[in-house]
Design a protein around this ligand. Structure first.
Ligand SMILES: [Zn+2]
Length: 71
């Protein structure tokens, strides 16, 4: 029972492949903080395929999100 189980997109890519890129989702406030240079964790990080746009993995855990905060 792993919470880090990743599926493949329709091109066959999954976590770790170069086409899978993290896409941070912020609240408006969070986005504002980041845009003025203040570190703020996203509410969610979607790992999406750049080819088809399909999300293969989503991080919503607050502890994991902190490691994806911009700084
Ligand atoms: Zn794809």
């Amino acid at each position: 029972m792993s919470s880090h189980k990743s599926k493949s997109c329709k091109c066959g890519y999954k976590m770790g492949d170069p086409w899978i890129v993290p896409n941070s989702v912020y609240t408006f406030f969070g986005w504002l903080m980041v845009s003025i240079g203040i570190s703020h964790p996203p509410v969610r990080v979607n790992f999406q395929c750049e080819q088809c746009g399909e999300t293969v993995f989503t991080i919503t855990d607050k502890k994991d999100l902190k490691s994806h905060a911009y700084h």
